[in-house]
Design a protein around this ligand. Structure first.
Ligand code: FES
Length: 680
């Protein structure tokens, strides 16, 4: 499948799940609670439904009167009588309550609402009876779910990249974290697909009239049964009794399992009866009988088998299928398993996504306010950041940097340049870069009072404690971490010397601060447009390597390279020369070797070419990995490594984090040898 299409599909699948996931889980759980109702209700409600066998039943009208006596505020709707001698009689009222009676003694067994009791309660929830048009909502969810199920889930599940059908259909419990959750999601989805499909499809005609009409059109048969015939109204004449109506139903349908006799309301209403005949294909396959309410004459006899239009039969079968009224207990158990599987599906589908989305940026991002923004030099602004509520900020050490989340997806690192003793503010300096990728320009666009998020501080550029002497070399905006080092060294009375190179005084940030500081006399300024003899002579400054002296260099790449070369020529120990990069460790592409990445959740193997980053290879293969700096600085693309030996080339991870070999930054890091298995 081509990658852009797959991306769209993943996105559709995920967002559909996010939007309706909870509703689907709700529908499934409420359905699971009552799906076994047909099999269990005689047991669960035995105190209402089952009575000792008796042969001499009281007339139905007497039973109705007993029920009305205890339920006076509602009108009689219907009486339901089962043919089994051990069944109670239910008298139904207009408020959906039913009073259950012992047919031989007239004893009241109890009252229950249609949506009361354990099964009824969950049935009502499932039908969204607590809101208007709830059935339409449930139906819409089913329709969307159908799209997810067919278009999204199945296509996304389909094995790719050499994965076998068998392994795609097998839950891999050895996978860790999100990969195991995704594997569970796919496998449960696969095994419950058919049943969930039946549930979803059959919910559509229950909820939407157009779908019912479509069924009728397809089978070429009306969906509705003809309206009831009218009684011949005889003014002053009494209606026939319920008992007479029941006896008539016994003659018309001697095999009826049960009959429900509705009370006529209007003068011309017939006595209408719903019946279920023995041998009916399911319990929605009802027959009908209409009697003249005054003479008792049969107006219409409509057995299900011969008088129900085909379209309606199809609809009723779908209804029975949706409700678990066909196939007996085995089918109901299948529905139960699928209903219980659906919330697991929703959880296992959404949790990896949400975990990924809600994962806090490394170091934990928190808000700060830009308290002051000062123009420090041409093209350079200083930003003073404070806690929005005036609280203390996390302490930092000289050489630390923070990650500024300028806007979603745009994260940049800036060194702190104030005194590390200060905890009420962070000070950063930002150079507007002409060929900016957006970061410095966006930063310069922020005004005082703006709230932004930052994470950190982190420090990869620590001062070595106890050095006899320190040499600080700053080029341009690289002065920022060097400044906080100078503050620290000056405060502790350490011996140090600082060299600061810029193009000209008007492009020199923090010039006034340095000149007016207590350590100003230790700082030598070097301007490109100044006298040649005042330019920095790195060979001279680094001419005498000393194991007790540590050198710290920060600045543009040319400056860093020149300082590094000079130190090497003078045979400074690598351990004594410290550098702060603001882009990933330079690495010649021809030093790279190809390697493979395996995606733990799918088993897919991805080849990373020599001239390609692991991040690029992942993205080209349609695997979404968030990234920002693409230089191993911000930590946004941090990815768990389950197996393999990463070759860390970033500036983000600490030495301990690297040593664990359980994570890497695919935007710049590679494999030190062999395949890397990623938790994706
Ligand atoms: S994208 Fe910034 S570290 Fe990889």
């Amino acid at each position: 499948m081509n990658t852009p299409f797959r991306k769209q599909l993943v996105s559709l699948h995920t967002w559909s799940g996010l939007v309706i996931g909870l509703v689907l889980a709700f529908l499934a759980l409420t359905a699971a609670a009552f799906v076994l109702r047909p099999a269990l209700q005689r047991t669960v409600y035995s105190h209402l439904l089952t009575v000792p066998a008796c042969h001499h039943r009281l007339p139905l009208d007497r039973l109705a009167a007993e029920a009305q006596a205890i339920h006076q505020l509602s009108s009689l709707q219907a009486i339901r009588v089962a043919s089994a001698e051990t069944s109670s009689v239910a008298v139904q009222f207009s408020d959906d309550d039913s009073v259950y009676l012992e047919p031989c003694t007239g004893a009241v067994l109890g009252t229950q609402n249609e949506y009361g009791g354990f099964f009824g309660f969950f049935d009502g929830l499932h039908r969204f009876r607590f809101i208007q048009d709830g059935r339409q909502i449930a139906g819409t969810c089913s329709a969307v779910f159908l799209v997810l199920l067919l278009v999204g889930g199945l296509i996304l599940w389909w094995p790719r990249g050499g994965q076998s059908l068998k392994s795609a259909a097998t839950f891999n419990h050895r996978l860790p974290g999100s990969a195991r959750t995704i594997s569970l999601h796919k496998v449960i989805g696969l095994y419950t697909l058919c049943v969930l499909l039946i549930i979803s499809l059959t919910a559509l005609p229950l909820s939407f009239q157009p779908v019912r009409d479509l069924i009728g059109w397809v089978v070429g048969s009306p969906m509705v049964i003809p309206p009831p015939p009218f009684s011949v109204f005889q003014r002053g004449a009494p209606r026939i009794s319920m008992q007479q109506a029941w006896l008539r139903s016994q003659q018309a349908f001697p095999d009826a399992e049960w009959v429900s006799i509705a009370y006529p309301n209007a003068p011309r209403d017939p006595v209408s009866m719903e019946l279920l005949e023995r041998g009916a294909p399911h319990s929605e396959a009802k027959s009908y009988l209409y009697l003249d309410a005054y003479s008792g004459k049969v107006l219409r006899r409509a057995p299900y088998a011969t008088q129900t239009p085909l379209g309606r039969k199809v609809y009723l079968y779908l209804l029975a299928l949706h409700s678990g009224l066909v196939g007996g207990l085995p089918y109901q158990l299948l529905l139960l398993v699928a209903c219980l599987g659906l919330p697991v599906q929703v959880y296992s589908g959404l949790s990896p996504y949400l975990r990924r989305k809600l994962r806090k940026p490394a170091g934990g991002a928190y808000p700060v306010r830009i308290a002051r923004k000062l123009s420090e030099a041409t093209g350079i602004c200083a930003f003073e950041l404070v806690d929005p509520k005036g609280a203390r900020l996390p302490s930092f050490s000289a050489g630390s940097h923070i990650s500024v989340h300028i806007r979603p997806g745009l994260i940049r690192q800036y060194s702190l340049c104030n005194d590390p003793q200060e905890t009420h503010r962070y000070l950063i300096g930002v150079l507007l870069v002409e060929l900016s990728r957006g970061g410095s320009r966006a930063m310069h666009g922020l005004g005082e009072g703006t709230l932004i998020h930052i994470s950190g501080p982190r420090n990869h550029f620590q001062l070595v404690r106890g050095a006899r002497r320190t040499l600080l070399l700053a080029g341009g905006i690289g002065v920022t971490p060097i400044l906080s080092m100078a503050e620290e060294l000056a405060r502790t009375g350490a011996d140090f010397e600082m060299h600061y190179c810029t193009r000209s005084p008007d492009r020199t940030a923090f010039l006034h601060r340095i000149r007016s500081s207590a350590y100003g006399h230790r700082v030598k300024m070097h301007f490109d447009d100044g006298p040649a003899e005042e330019r920095l002579n790195l060979q001279a400054v680094l001419a005498h390597p000393d194991p007790d002296t540590h050198v710290y260099v920060c600045g543009p790449k040319g400056f860093m390279d020149a300082a590094t070369d000079a130190a090497r020529q003078s045979r400074w120990s690598e351990a004594n020369v410290h550098r702060e990069y603001f882009s990933g460790r330079p690495q010649a592409a021809d030093e790279n070797v190809e390697f493979d990445i395996r995606i733990a959740s799918t088993g897919k193997l991805i080849r990373v070419a020599r001239e390609q980053s692991a991040l690029d290879a992942l993205v080209s293969a349609g695997i979404a990995v968030q990234s920002s700096c693409a230089e191993g600085v911000c930590g946004t693309c941090l990815t768990r490594v389950l197996a393999g030996d990463p070759d860390h080339r970033d500036l983000f991870l600490t030495a301990e984090e690297r040593a664990r070999k359980d994570r890497f930054l695919p935007c710049c890091s590679r494999s030190a040898g062999g395949t890397l298995v990623l938790d994706l």
